[in-house]
Design a protein around this ligand. Structure first.
Ligand SMILES: Nc1nc2c(c(=O)[nH]1)N[C@H]1C(S)=C(S)[C@@H](COP(=O)(O)OP(=O)(O)OC[C@H]3O[C@@H](n4cnc5c(=O)[nH]c(N)nc54)[C@H](O)[C@@H]3O)O[C@H]1N2
Ligand SMILES: Nc1nc2c(c(=O)[nH]1)N[C@H]1C(S)=C(S)[C@@H](COP(=O)(O)OP(=O)(O)OC[C@H]3O[C@@H](n4cnc5c(=O)[nH]c(N)nc54)[C@H](O)[C@@H]3O)O[C@H]1N2
Ligand SMILES: [Mo]
Length: 764
């Protein structure tokens, strides 16, 4: 793969997000890929009541009365354009390009080739993908699955874009087959949130409605970059600010989107200065949040800024926690956070002075070794203030993929709760497996050592999204069969098993016609609201099948001729013909979905129950919300090393690269940059603009992990904390380095050295 980026330009970062420039850029990109008519048709349907759900993030839609005619953001428009592109990757493309040749291209190029139009197969030893019929493809998968010694030798991954209906049918197939090997992208994403909240409040989901943000006195945004990754959140923050809310931002970087918002849908946003969002910004060192929230807890106790009634009535563990935070070591806090005692005190004051605080977070808090402990500390602070189950307050983990939360609700989980399996058993009359399955990193380990032989993915780009790219690619190469249900070409089609299948599917923007007539699907957003999504465009190719059709087709082929098997008794064709049949099953298997079909047909859909939010009921093992106390553990950073976070640019969706500009951070025409503080550049004897290789340090094994040729960019980031883009840096993230309790790869705290390159790559 070529690494040269001769046109890379570096300028100053921006101090505001969106504005009319964002609209212009999104329209430009959309028209380029879709043409003007298609652009108008799709963008006008985005997030409208009778339209489709935007696949760009899980931020909720405002209620129907408050929606703008164009309820989209720049990055939502890019996501739509990427899917609704007019370019096609068909059998001729695959005949022209060998897999080896495609391997030479980067993710950006692969994604830009267009939508995959036909099912394709790579046979053992083959150099090219060739067309295959759907029936033959299904039979091939069935043959491999049925030849395994145990169902646990197969792994079934899900990326969080799959609809509720597809996810439910998929987990049903997998459990009827006989395994809980259902890893998903959540394992790399908000798993730490799920674990921490599950233990602390009894449910792994956020406790706010969108209206709570509007009503908050204070909004804390920690480890999240809403201007890029959840741009529609800026509209909610703007409303909150207008109503007098304050915003506390905790982030190593001063992200443009959290600083000032020029809402392109208001006159003020178009011609005025826009709305200043952040009141106080804490430029925290990477991984300093556990210490920060511990210190905030300490001050709240010292000031007696405690909601004693709430603590007495609804929580346990308070006294032990109070003893732990009383013994705070300020020198340690300053060391771990890189913040002064005054800065920490100012933040604690904001929380103490607020009667209703919403706490938002994303990957900056979930992808560290101590992430579960950090999130328990955030919850401790919220409990101290009684900030759960009251208007304007609550916990707000901001999810990534548009239906990642819904997929989990539907049973995409390697550790399914027994009650879910009981309900599944009763509904479908088979005995689901009870042993826990592999999560993402365990799946890679199992593929690497041969315990797993078949890998099937419902969406996503596993090879490129997973940590330790080289290790993951080797593991995947050992598989007997890999199957990717995909819309577009990506690395996971190339780093594949001995036999490999690409099964092309329709996307959110497209119509879905089945034997029972036109279908819609449903999704659940970050705030547990469930609603329908209907595509309007003709599918990219007549050969495409829906995810539900593919999953049920795989199931039929797998259970064919196995009379008496639980899976053979399920009416897969019935599920496929009419998704209302799937939703009917869901009403009896998943709590909160009573009268699913009627309620989801209403304009705004419905919101799932959340006992802590709805009535301060905490379904934990003690029946109370739980304080957690534990030691503060920092990262051990060897001399000459930096802590590297791997993050998203403004021009990508995970491994899909829209373009090469990170406008808000001043980067143009390139991605191989590493952001480093001026002090570190001087201390390490480097210069701004120089090229370095990134070499990771990890004492778990003796593999060399490196990513070559990054341009050093001087940037306002705390001393010792560096940043570079995902997925180019995934080869550096050790598979063995993961969060305690959630097993999430530590993508935001990678220990690296910056090694100057012998020769300048520009000169060759
Ligand atoms: N356009 C677009 N939208 C997306 C995505 C996308 O790629 N593109 N991805 C989707 C997905 S799957 C997800 S999970 C979300 C991701 O949404 P984010 O979590 O916002 O994504 P990241 O780019 O990983 O940004 C992490 C942020 O946390 C900060 N941070 C890093 N480490 C720390 C730390 O130790 N402490 C603190 N306090 N802050 C830290 C970083 O500086 C950065 O601002 O977005 C979703 N939406
Ligand atoms: N270093 C590092 N690694 C990370 C992260 C990080 O911050 N740093 N973030 C992690 C996070 S938060 C996440 S969520 C994961 C993301 O991991 P994944 O979800 O596996 O990856 P994506 O890049 O979102 O998947 C993109 C692919 O999905 C397919 N696709 C798109 N739309 C559809 C559809 O409608 N149906 C189907 N079947 N396929 C579709 C396309 O073929 C596309 O190539 O990555 C994780 N990896
Ligand atoms: Mo994510």
């Amino acid at each position: 793969m070529g690494h040269d980026e001769p046109d890379l330009e570096v300028g100053p970062p921006q101090d505001h997000a969106a504005g009319t420039r964002a609209v212009a850029i999104s329209l430009q990109q959309a028209v380029k890929q879709m043409g003007p008519t298609r652009t108008a048709r799709t963008l006008s349907r985005l997030n409208q009541v009778d339209g489709f759900d935007c696949m760009s993030c899980a931020w909720p839609d405002p209620d129907p009365e408050h929606r703008h005619t164009a309820e989209f953001c720049e990055n939502g428009a890019k996501a739509v354009a990427e899917e609704a592109t007019l370019k096609r990757v068909g059998p001729k493309f695959f005949a022209r390009h060998s897999i080896g040749e495609l391997e030479e291209h980067d993710e950006f190029w692969l994604g830009k080739q267009g939508r995959i139009t036909h099912p394709m197969v790579k046979r053992p030893g083959g150099t090219h993908y060739e067309p295959i019929s759907w029936d033959d493809a299904f039979a091939l998968v069935a043959e491999h699955l049925n030849a395994l010694d145990s169902p646990d030798e197969a792994v079934f991954y899900t990326s969080g874009r799959a609809s509720n209906e597809a996810a439910f049918a998929y987990q049903l197939f997998v459990r009827a087959f006989g395994t809980n090997n259902l890893p998903d992208c959540s394992n790399m994403c908000h798993e730490s949130t799920g674990v921490a909240l599950g233990d602390a409040i009894g449910i792994g989901k956020g406790s706010v409605h969108l209206t709570d943000l509007y009503a908050a006195e204070l909004i804390v945004i920690a480890g999240q970059n809403p201007g890029t990754n959840h741009p529609r959140m800026l509209t909610a923050l703007e409303i909150a600010k207008k109503r007098g809310a304050r915003i506390l931002t905790i982030n190593p970087l001063r992200e443009a989107g959290s600083t000032n918002f020029r809402n392109p849908q208001t006159p003020r946003g178009v011609i005025g200065h826009g709305t200043d969002l952040t009141d106080v910004h804490l430029p925290i060192k990477l991984n300093g949040d556990h210490a920060l929230f511990r210190a905030i807890g300490h001050l709240l106790v010292e000031w007696d800024a405690i909601d004693h009634e709430f603590v007495a009535a609804y929580t346990d563990g308070f006294d032990e926690w109070r003893r732990e935070v009383a013994a705070l070591d300020w020198a340690q806090v300053e060391e771990l956070t890189g913040l002064s005692r005054d800065q920490v005190t100012e933040a604690a004051r904001m929380i103490a002075d607020s009667k209703a605080t919403v706490y938002c977070w994303a990957m900056g808090l979930t992808q560290h070794r101590n992430s579960v402990a950090t999130l328990r500390e955030v919850v401790n602070v919220a409990l101290t203030r009684g900030d759960i189950g009251k208007p304007g307050a609550g916990l707000c983990p901001v999810r990534g993929h548009s239906n990642v939360q819904g997929d989990r609700t539907m049973g995409i989980w390697e550790k399914p709760p027994p009650a879910f399996l009981d309900a599944l058993a009763a509904e479908f009359d088979f005995e689901p497996p009870r042993a826990h399955g592999f999560d993402t990193v365990e799946a890679i380990e199992a593929l690497a050592d041969g315990r797993a032989k078949v890998f099937i993915a419902l969406g996503g780009n596993f090879v490129q999204a997973a940590p330790d790219t080289l290790v993951t690619r080797e593991a995947m190469g050992r598989a007997e069969l890999t199957v990717q249900v995909s819309t577009k070409l990506n690395r996971s089609h190339l780093s594949c098993g001995r036999t490999a299948l690409i099964l092309p599917t329709i996307g959110r923007t497209e119509t879905d016609a089945q034997a029972g007539g036109p279908q819609f699907v449903t999704v659940e957003d970050s705030m547990s609201a469930v609603h329908a999504s209907r595509g309007r465009l003709a599918p990219a190719s007549p050969e495409l099948r829906s995810e539900v059709a593919i999953v049920t087709g795989l199931a039929e082929a797998t259970f064919r001729g196995r009379d008496g098997h639980g899976g053979a008794r399920i009416d897969w064709a019935g599920l496929r013909a009419d998704y209302a049949v799937i939703r009917d099953h869901i009403t009896r298997v998943v709590p909160g979905f009573e009268a699913f079909e009627e309620r989801v047909q209403t304009k705004a859909g419905f919101t799932l129950p959340h006992p802590p939010r709805d009535g301060r009921v905490f379904p934990t093992i003690t029946g109370k919300a739980r304080f957690a106390a534990g030691p503060l553990v920092g990262l051990d950073v060897p001399d000459g090393h930096l802590v590297l976070q791997t993050l998203r640019s403004h021009d990508q969706f995970n491994t899909t690269i829209y373009g090469l500009d990170d406008r808000y951070r001043g980067i143009k025409n390139g991605r191989r940059v590493v952001f480093v503080s001026r002090q570190d550049i001087e201390r390490l004897g480097l210069t701004d603009g120089q090229y370095v290789d990134l070499v990771a340090t990890w004492d778990g094994d003796d593999r060399e992990r490196r990513a070559d040729s990054f341009r050093v960019v001087e940037y306002a980031t705390p001393v010792g904390s560096a940043a570079a883009y995902y997925p180019e840096t995934n080869p550096l993230v050790p598979l063995g380095s993961r969060a305690v309790g959630s097993n999430t790869p530590t993508s935001k705290s990678v220990l690296v050295r910056l090694v100057p390159r012998a020769e300048d790559p520009m000169s060759n």
